[in-house]
Design a protein around this ligand. Structure first.
Ligand SMILES: [Zn+2]
Ligand SMILES: [Zn+2]
Length: 314
């Protein structure tokens, strides 16, 4: 099971109920954090995510609304005695940003912090979860992220192994965990021969800030959950174009074309208050759209079903 926790659904100016952008993904004891807008540390607390978990942070771009919360989060982790190392991935400017924060505001950390300047491609792999970065079309260098959960290999079938005359023990164990084996008689056996077919991977895509673009379209293809910024409605499409953002209509079109199953619209401007116009515009094009709310949780089950849990106060 994977759980997506919306920590901030706000635009560039946070409001009383909506924080700067930040999304956490919980998976097998890990927390993967995508963007760290201002006050993400308090959202961590409210969402009860824990401060000493195995964790990695992925930043889409270095605009203030996506990184202002990073020093605060590192400070909080340190004050509360985090010891587990922390890897941070994003554009190269992040290295300087974290270094300057550490040297000018006394931000020493109690744990090892490594900032990685990344290019598009696979950047993180843990068990059966992979994170891939792709370049998007915003102002300056900006990335989106594709999170693929391969759901491991299918169930091991002992009767098939017996049929093929594979000795029990280490060989069975290797095949059950997805490794190929070489038998003494020279035969090579792959796990697919003795396991149930594995289900297709599940995919979550986060756009970061961007205009609709080809790379996002490619990543979104067949996505189980597509999380897109939708700063404006089409009334303000000229502004969206000028500032390198998306409209609700444009991301809904993209979701429809790419065959996404669920679209979550986030990072919408406070001029739309609680986002009524945003969600109405999106749903008129792609009905399976929902509006992100701070502290909303979306559970993606192994069978591909998604369960949406709204925060109690909304
Ligand atoms: Zn931006
Ligand atoms: Zn932004």
């Amino acid at each position: 099971m994977i759980e997506i926790v919306i920590l901030g659904s706000g635009g560039s100016i946070p409001t009383e109920r909506r924080n700067h952008p930040a999304i956490a993904i919980r998976y097998e004891g890990w927390i993967l954090l995508f963007d760290a807008g201002e006050d993400v540390q308090r959202q961590f607390e409210k969402a009860q995510l824990g401060l000493n978990k195995k964790m990695a942070i992925f930043v889409t771009h270095v605009h203030a609304d996506h990184v202002l919360g990073l020093p605060g989060l590192l400070l909080r982790f340190s004050l509360l005695g985090r010891i587990k190392p922390l890897n941070i991935y994003g554009p190269k400017e992040l290295i300087e940003y974290v270094k300057v924060s550490q040297s000018t505001i006394n931000l020493g950390t109690t744990f090892e912090t490594v900032v990685h300047a990344i290019s598009p491609g696979e950047i993180f792999n843990q068990q059966d979860l992979t994170v891939r970065a792709f370049e998007v079309d915003h102002r300056g260098y900006a990335l989106g992220y594709e999170i693929v959960w391969s759901r491991s290999t299918g169930k091991f079938l002992p009767e098939k192994a017996e049929e093929l005359g594979i000795p029990k023990g280490a060989f069975w164990k290797a095949l059950a965990t997805g490794e190929s084996i070489d038998l003494e008689d020279g035969r090579k056996v792959s796990p697919e021969e003795v396991t149930e077919p594995s289900p297709p991977p599940l995919k979550i895509v986060y756009s970061g800030d961007t205009k609709p673009c080809q790379e996002l379209r490619k990543a979104a293809n067949g996505a189980d959950v597509l999380i897109c910024e939708s700063m404006y409605t089409s009334t303000h499409s000229a502004l969206a174009e000028e500032r390198g953002h998306s409209t609700a209509a444009s991301v809904a079109e993209l979701a429809k074309e790419s065959g996404a199953k669920l679209l979550i619209l986030t990072h919408y401007s406070p001029r739309y208050y609680e986002g009524e116009d945003i969600i109405n515009e999106a749903r008129s094009i792609f009905s399976n759209s929902i509006l992100a709310r701070d502290l909303m949780r979306i559970r993606l089950n192994k069978d591909g079903s998604a369960v949406i849990m709204n925060p109690q106060n909304q």
